[in-house]
Structures are given as C-alpha cells and as structure tokens.
Design a protein around this ligand. Structure first.
Ligand SMILES: *Cc1c(COP(=O)(O)O)cnc(C)c1O
Length: 381
C-alpha cells in the first residue's frame, strides 16, 4: 500500500506535500550500491531539496549512505549547516564576496575557477580564521561557470595546492547532455575530464574527481570517478523523464488536496476564469482548494488529471491562484471532503511528476521545485 492510501484518513489541509523520507534513504542506498571503484555519493539538496525540504532530504540521504551534500547557494549552505553540524558540504555555484563569507562561515567547501577569486578566497579565509577547502571547476562543455582552458585549469589546481591559506580538495565538471541516451557530446565531455583529471590525480593523490549527475551515474559507470553528485534520482524522480520504477527509484513526494465542494452543472454552465470550459451535458464539478499559488501551473488548465475516489478525473477550466475544478461526471461517486492526489498514488493508479512535466513540456525537476512555500511539507518517517 502506498503512503498516500495508507494515510487517507490523516488530517488534511487544503494542500499538503507528503515526503516519504524512507524513500529518499532507500534511493540513496540503491544509488550508492551501484557506484564503481568506491566512489562517494554526494546528495544534491539545492532549491530546498528539489522542493522536498533540504534538511529532511539531507538527513535521509546521509542515512542512506550519502557522505557529501551539495547546494547551489551560500544561504542554502548556511541553513543546512545549522541543522547538520558535521556534514561535508559543497557549494556548487558562483559566490559574491558577501556570499563567500557566508559559505566559509558555514564551513562549506567552495568552487573556484578564476585566479582572482582564489586570491579573494585566501584573503577572506585568513580574515575569518578559516582554511577554505576548494574544488576547481573545469568547463568541459556545459558552457556555464568554470574554466574552459585545460592549461588554465591545471595552473589553478597547482596554484591552489601550492599557495598558503587554502586547501585543494577536488576538481569537477558538469555534463550538458547526460540525460540524452547515446549522446556523443556526453562522451566527449567525459573524455576531456578524464584526460585532464586522471593524470592530475596521479600527481596529487587524494584529489577528488567528480563529474556525474544522476543521469550520468545511472548510464555510465566510468563517470563515477571519486564521487557522484546525484539530485533528481535521490528524490525518486527519473533523470530521463520516464517512469522512475523502471530504474528502481521510488518517488518520495506526493501532493494532495481535497474536494472542498461538489456542485451540479447544467449544460452550458462554465467553471473558472475566462469560461475556458463549459459543461456539454449535465455533470458535477468538484472544487479543489489548490492552484498556481501552490505551484499547480496555470498551463495545466484543461490539461491535467487528479486522482479522486481512486480514479482519474480531468481538470476542467482555468487553474486559479487558489482553486481548480475537476469533472466528477453526472453521477458523482465522491463526496465533499474526499482526498485528491495531484502527484502520487491513490487506489491502483498513480500520477507521476514525470506525467505532469510532460503535459507542461518541462522536466520533473521543475514540477517539484515549483511546489510553493505555501504548501506545508509533511514528513513520513
Ligand atoms: C543540480 C546539479 C547536480 C544534480 O543533478 P541531477 O540531474 O539532479 O542529478 C549535479 N551537479 C551540479 C553541478 C548541479 O548543478
């Protein structure tokens, strides 16, 4: 029985995201078991753990065998540090001088790809009485942050290790097309990274090489190197946009609401702003008190399904900020107060974040990250 059906009679609020922390723990254990050559698992918990709650997700990931955590921003590192005093923590993103101080204050490892930033890191480390731990970023083809020139990368690695005031920890890159099966560009990026990184690690034993995101981890063992940085798969979402069950990943998040009202509609009656749906025959409309203010995107207007009474019901009419409407049919078999599932399982059916993403022409990442702070997160332990 799924968590959702098991909790049908639990207290419901207008909208709740239920996070099964055991699923996160288990997904991490499943990923860690697959890693080659003793590679470490770094759980990526940026953007509030992809909408799941960063601290709870981090704790579950560590329980499941992750030994590192990564975030994008200094403020995220500071928040996590307050909850997890002992965890190894890496900030992946760019840092302004103020953010650098915040990251160093949180005792997080940081990313460097410019000599002038390394100089700043050294001087801020000294000022704060800390020895910053540095991961150099090599842009092998993503074309965002990072140094592109292999010679410059090598110099920066050497300079970080040689100079005072900072500790060289790692060298890393990020793939642009790991989620495209058969991508030659992925092979090229991995080839570039290994070509530069492996000899550097020969010279500097202990240098931590890391490159793989979830997709790379699942598709290419030679990308595991010393550490993988998995985000999406940790949450049981599929990096390739398919059914996570195919790769033995268990979705951790369910998004639920309830039927706040049921009312009869005569043919021609409309529901919602702009009258984007009209009853073609006598039917009943259910109103769910959840909308785009909660992260149910307006582009799902007339373009989604919700589980109520163990069956799929079409979303009809415009998604409002705080409400949406569903068609319950001429002889409604559910009553006011019935639980509704927007993402997750009910009865024998399940709506995956991947399905919602497909309807929106986006990716599952954006679906769970988009669940707004107005939706309380409830943790199943
Ligand atoms: C977000 C992120 C990851 C995790 O990617 P997933 O596809 O969610 O596994 C890894 N590395 C970097 C640099 C990232 O920004």
């Amino acid at each position: 029985m799924s968590a959702a059906t098991g909790r049908r009679h639990a207290s419901i609020s207008r909208a709740t995201a239920t996070i099964d922390v055991k699923a996160i723990e288990r997904n991490c254990a499943r990923l860690a078991a697959e890693l080659t050559g003793g590679a470490a698992l770094c759980a990526v918990v940026k953007a509030d753990g992809y909408g799941h709650g960063a601290a709870e997700a981090a704790r579950a990931a560590l329980a499941g065998g992750a030994t590192w955590l990564a975030v994008a921003a200094a403020a995220e590192a500071a928040e996590l540090r307050a909850e997890l005093p002992g965890a190894r923590l890496l900030v992946l993103g760019a840092l302004t001088p103020a953010e650098l101080d915040l990251a160093l204050g949180a005792d997080a490892d940081i990313t460097v790809w410019k000599p002038d930033f390394l100089a700043l890191v050294r001087s801020r480390g000294e000022a704060l009485g800390r020895r910053p731990r540095v991961h150099v970023k090599y842009d092998t083809g993503m074309g965002r942050l990072g140094e592109r020139d292999p010679g410059a990368v090598t110099s920066l690695v050497d300079e970080t290790a040689a100079g005072p005031g900072a500790e060289l920890v790692g060298l890393w890159t990020h793939f642009a097309t790991a989620d495209e099966p058969g991508s030659r560009f992925f092979d090229q990026q991995l080839g570039r990274f290994r070509e530069l990184g492996l000899p550097l690690r020969e010279r500097r034993p202990g240098l931590l090489l890391h490159a793989a995101n979830s997709a790379a981890t699942l598709r290419e063992p030679s990308s595991h190197l010393d550490m993988v940085r998995c985000g999406i798969a940790v949450y049981g979402l599929d990096p390739f946009g398919e059914d996570p069950g195919q790769r033995d990943l268990r979705p951790a998040l369910e998004l639920r609401s309830y039927v706040a009202d049921v009312k009869p509609f005569e043919p021609g009656a409309s529901a919602g702003y702009g009258r984007k749906w009209r009853a073609t025959e006598a039917t009943h409309v259910g109103v769910l008190p959840i909308g785009y203010g909660d992260g149910i995107r307006r582009a799902l207007t007339n373009n989604a399904e919700v589980l109520v009474g163990g069956r799929r019901r079409p979303v009809i009419g415009t998604i409002s900020m705080d409400n949406l409407t569903i068609d319950l049919g001429p002889e409604p078999d559910v009553e006011r107060g019935a639980p509704a599932v927007l993402i997750g399982a009910q009865g024998d059916d399940r709506i995956l974040a991947e399905e919602v993403a497909r309807r929106l022409a986006t990716i599952n990442y954006e679906v769970t990250c988009g669940i707004s702070p107005r939706v309380p997160r409830e943790y199943l332990r």
